[in-house]
Design a protein around this ligand. Structure first.
Ligand code: SF4
Length: 337
């Protein structure tokens, strides 16, 4: 079967035209899928019975895939698994927090980028998620209608799957789709320069850049991407953008004990990001097997945060969520546990 969920309006136009239907039928289908959220073509009641029949006869269905498993953390975080045809798993993390409910979606099965501290990176790369598989993570969870924010911070480097991620962003933010404000959506990248320009041009969503060290050699030891696309190149591009109220720019900084948590690093970070309207998110490191790194304690994190704040660089410590169910940052894996 072919899924309609995950098709953009232009792709729906192509489908209905190929079936000999009027173009406006595509808008009706988009409305049924993305606004009314029906799960069956039969429920699209303002489309004629014969056209609905034609759509299903041609092998189309709405195409929901329900999660195959879910683990619930003591803090309310839920880690959902979606099975893939190749026997791997897509992980999606639902994070309720007061009146916010954030969904952390995956964009790839595994990842090519090989960051030393990341469980997903250790799995290697097992394929790109289709737009349908990305959008399905949002629609098929029971809490879907209560979501307030979506972050592309699950498995994979989103900009390394730009074709499908860009279509997903279009569906989330277009008036014919979910009609979300782009301010509710954040795309995370380690600085994938091949598509960062595309993202900045084509999307108004927020951007989070994983930095983790202000020093190039040290970052290279943590993140091989530093060799191909050094931080300096990424920052040069970001400095050409207007960040004043357009969208949020955040730098993610996992804080490792004895490695990047001292005042020397804090001051180097302040210097590196000077003049950029941005904030820094400090993230506790979540231990993973065979990685000789440890998180800083809360006092060191607060000291680091305070230095940044005192020098005008807004910094916050991100609350750790879902560690007991392996759902926290850097712990996602395409292998079922
Ligand atoms: Fe890939 Fe992100 Fe993990 Fe790096 S941190 S290996 S980019 S998923």
């Amino acid at each position: 079967m072919k899924a309609l969920l995950g098709l953009t309006l232009n792709e729906l136009y192509a489908v209905v035209e190929s079936l000999g239907m009027q173009r406006f039928t595509a808008r009706q289908i988009a409305d049924w899928i993305y606004v009314k959220r029906v799960r069956s073509v039969a429920d699209m009641t303002n489309i004629s019975v014969s056209n609905r029949q034609k759509i299903t006869d041609e092998g189309y269905e709405v195409g929901y895939e329900d999660p195959s498993d879910a683990a619930v953390s003591t803090d309310g975080t839920i880690r959902y698994l979606f099975a893939t045809p190749a026997g791997k798993h897509i992980e999606t993390v639902y994070i309720p927090d007061g009146d916010r409910a954030t969904l952390c979606v995956s964009s790839q099965i595994g990842c090519k980028m090989g960051c030393y501290f990341c469980m997903t990176g250790k799995q290697g790369f097992n394929g790109q998620l289709t737009t349908t598989q990305i959008i399905n993570q949002i629609f098929a969870i029971p809490e879907s209608k209560s979501l307030t924010n979506i972050v592309f911070m699950g498995m994979g480097e989103p900009l390394d799957n730009w074709d499908n991620v860009s279509r997903a962003l279009e569906i989330i933010t277009s008036a014919w789709g979910m009609a979300w404000s782009p301010k509710r959506v954040t795309v995370s990248t380690i600085g994938q320069m091949q598509h960062l320009t595309d993202f900045l041009r084509d999307s108004r969503c927020n951007l989070a850049v994983s930095l983790h060290s202000p020093y190039s050699d040290e970052r290279l030891s943590l993140m091989p991407v530093e060799k191909a696309w050094p931080t300096s190149t990424v920052l040069d591009l970001l400095r050409q953008q207007d960040w004043n109220g357009q969208r949020d720019l955040t730098f993610e900084y996992i804080i490792f004990r004895g490695l990047n948590d001292d005042s020397r690093h804090a001051h180097a970070l302040i210097k590196l990001l000077s003049g950029l309207r941005c904030k820094v998110n400090l993230i506790r490191f979540h231990a993973i097997p065979d990685v000789e790194l440890h998180t800083s304690d809360i006092h060191a994190m607060e000291r680091f945060r305070d230095i940044l704040n005192e020098h005008g660089l807004t910094a916050t410590i991100r609350a750790s969520r879902g560690e007991d169910i392996y759902a926290a940052c850097g712990m996602l894996s395409s292998t079922k546990r």
